[in-house]
Ligand binder design. Structure first.
Ligand SMILES: [Cu+2]
Length: 158
């Protein structure tokens, strides 16, 4: 009897395990990315920054040839970098998605193509927590409907 009841929950336990064990990158805590980025004609290095939602980004910008700018779409961050004088930018990646950063100081012929990208991935720990909660809730409801805690006496038959 009791064993049948437990077995009926097997699909929910299975689903919960799948959600927990899907081999995707797992971020337990937000981290701080300390990055030194150089700007020279006509590129940023590194050209792409990948972080998780909630992470902190501490950027040190250096211009190696002429004056450049750094403007980050979506975040509204802008600064000007002169050669020899590094600039610090710090922000929390609190918007999920892809955001371009571009040079905001006209620095030469290919200036319009001086573009990089910030990629902010959703934090999967949060997604897992939401998924698990939903499965546990569904399992509990299913169990209670199938095996109600008390049956009214008038319906019991011997
Ligand atoms: Cu430029």
């Amino acid at each position: 009897m009791k064993r049948d009841r437990l077995l009926s929950l097997a699909p929910f336990v299975g689903l919960a395990l799948v959600i927990l064990l899907i081999p995707l990158p797992l971020t337990v805590k937000p981290v701080t990315h300390v990055v030194t980025m150089t700007a020279d004609q006509f590129a940023f290095d590194p050209p792409v920054l990948r972080v998780n939602y909630g992470d902190r980004v501490r950027l040190t910008l250096q211009a190696t040839d002429v004056v450049h700018g750094f403007y980050l779409d979506g975040y509204g961050i802008e600064t000007r970098v002169e050669p020899g004088i590094s600039q610090q930018i710090e922000f929390v990646a609190d918007q999920i998605g892809k955001y371009r950063f571009r040079c905001s100081v006209s620095c030469g012929t290919l200036h319009p193509f001086m573009i990089g990208e910030l990629v902010v991935n959703p934090n999967l720990t949060f997604a897992r927590a939401v998924g698990l909660t939903a499965v546990i809730l569904a399992g509990t409801l299913f169990y209670l409907r199938r095996f109600p805690p008390r049956e009214p006496r008038e319906h019991t038959t011997a």
